[in-house]
Design a protein around this ligand. Structure first.
Ligand SMILES: [Zn+2]
Length: 501
């Protein structure tokens, strides 16, 4: 009876994401983060009497784009409603949102966890406006209304998720799609992608949902994971002890990895929703929807599948190459320019192992949470144009320089993107020594400078072969073609042995 394993979690997620429009949802104030407080405001978003809202069509376009990508049905007629509540960051005393008739409903997102595919149903995606922001400093609080009225979509899943890991996977996929489509910048630190999680538990095999708690505004994947894990455990413990889970809103504390009560959850009717009298119904025609559909580019998941099936790349490489849209674009540009000269698998290796690694050594791209670092890395990557990078790859593939030298050249290129690969190779005299005479000279020098090792080698210490190769490479400053060095050294030693006998 009283076993943790007899219980299962039921999780639904509400995601709020800011849209990348130039202006706010119902006025022409700029939609900008981090400006001087209260500098991007007007009578409409300040809620001054007599000011009238106007629907931002770009906001509608981005919402429809997101909905289509998430397989959510578009409702040709939708309504805006007032969601009434009082809070100091909400100057109008209500938020314009969509309630009974959202712009889109009934969709799904496929999520892969532990190798199995699961369809997570999406109840709806609707348009609304954001509230302002309170800034607490010491004993005072300030209000900044720059964010008031900025466009948001809320994406509400059905309670189809059953673990913290699944929830995180869903969020990652969702965020990736929105960022790829340029619907949102997905920046979690700045709050443009934030999540509320509804968590409840029930005995396995039961249909009825347990009482849920809502965890508000969690702003990183790690915190979502921790918050849900803690909440599941807390609720099962209460249930096992014979208690009852209370319906409430809880806050996640990232210092202790626990959640604590914030306030009792308002029932939906507490908001006294009613249709927004200042806005007409939102009517979308087939032409508009069709045009938005056309603007949807290949989604990351489709790209990954194509990279694996068509280009024969590993899942790992496909993942690394598609994680960021700009990197994928760069890689595809490289494939186009390459025009079949170098195997695609090799191009992928160059981008993943050398270019991204090269960038890592300069900018430490390994920290995906840091937007600035990624942006810097990507700008450096795109500065070394695909054609220039391809030149470098061809220099290596043709044997003009070896792989190590190639990486040296790459680092030079990253430091100074205006320099062409060929130019650096010429300037620094890096071209590989492949001519037999040059290599033979170095071999003969190395062997005569190491008589003891040579004797030991002839006495049967075969391992010393590697030592000689190393010395030859060192003497030629890494420019000798290693394959050639191996062949010639073997021949040379062979002839010495015969000559000695
Ligand atoms: Zn405004």
């Amino acid at each position: 009876m009283g076993d943790f394993n007899n219980y299962e979690a039921v999780i639904g997620l509400e995601v709020h994401t800011q849209l990348l429009t130039k202006t706010k949802m119902f006025c022409s104030c700029p939609n900008i983060f981090g400006k001087e407080p209260n500098s991007a405001v007007c009578p409409v978003c300040l809620g001054l009497p007599g000011a009238l809202p106007v629907i931002n069509l770009e906001g509608v376009r981005l919402a429809v784009k997101a909905a289509l990508a998430l397989n959510i049905g578009i409702n040709k007629k939708s309504l805006f409603a007032r969601k009434n509540y009082f809070y100091p960051d909400l100057p109008k005393g209500y938020q314009i949102s969509q309630y009974l008739d959202p712009v889109s409903s009934d969709g799904y997102l496929s999520v892969k966890t532990d190798g199995t595919e699961k369809k997570i149903r999406i109840n709806r995606l609707h348009i609304e406006e954001d509230a302002g922001k309170l800034i607490h400093a010491g004993s005072r609080s300030y209000v900044d209304l720059n964010r008031a009225g900025t466009p948001l979509v809320e994406i509400v899943s059905e309670p189809d998720l059953s673990s913290a890991a699944e929830a995180v996977e869903y969020l990652k996929n969702l965020r990736e799609i929105l960022v790829y489509l340029e619907v949102s910048d997905g920046n979690m630190e700045e709050g443009s992608f934030r999540c509320d999680a509804n968590v409840s538990v029930r005995r396995k095999g039961e249909d009825k949902l347990g009482t849920r708690a809502e965890i508000k505004n969690v702003n990183s994947f790690k915190f979502v994971q921790k918050a849900i894990e803690y909440e599941i455990e807390r609720q099962i413990e209460i249930t096992l002890a014979g208690g009852k889970v209370v319906q409430e809103t809880r806050l996640f504390d990232s210092k202790t990895n626990t959640t604590r009560p914030m306030r009792g959850k308002e029932e939906a009717h507490d908001y006294r929703y009613f249709e927004e009298p200042d806005l007409p119904p939102l009517i979308l025609d087939d032409e508009f929807i069709g045009e938005v559909k056309k603007s949807i580019t290949e989604l990351p998941r489709a790209k990954r599948e194509k990279y694996v099936s068509k280009y024969k790349l590993t899942e790992y490489d496909a993942e690394a190459l598609t994680k960021d849209k700009e990197i994928a674009r760069y890689f595809e540009d490289l494939i186009d320019k390459n025009n079949g000269r170098v195997e695609i698998k090799k191009l992928a290796n160059w981008v993943v192992n050398d270019l991204l690694f090269g960038l890592k050594s300069i900018t430490s791209i390994g920290k995906p949470a840091n937007k600035e670092v990624i942006e810097k890395a990507i700008s450096e990557l795109t500065h070394v144009g695909a054609d220039n990078f391809l030149e470098l790859i061809l220099e290596v593939e043709s044997g003009n320089i070896n792989k190590n030298t190639g990486n040296t050249v790459l680092l030079e290129m990253l430091k100074d993107p205006n320099k062409r690969a060929a130019e650096i190779i010429k300037e620094e005299n890096l071209a590989q020594v492949s001519d037999d005479k040059g290599i033979e000279e170095v071999i003969s020098r190395v062997l005569s400078e190491n008589p003891k090792e040579l004797e030991a080698y002839f006495a049967g210490k075969d391992k010393l072969f590697g030592f000689f190769v190393g010395e030859v490479m060192k003497k030629s400053k890494g420019k000798a073609n290693p394959k050639k060095v191996n062949e010639m050294l073997r021949g040379y030693l062979e002839s010495l042995k015969k000559g000695g006998n």
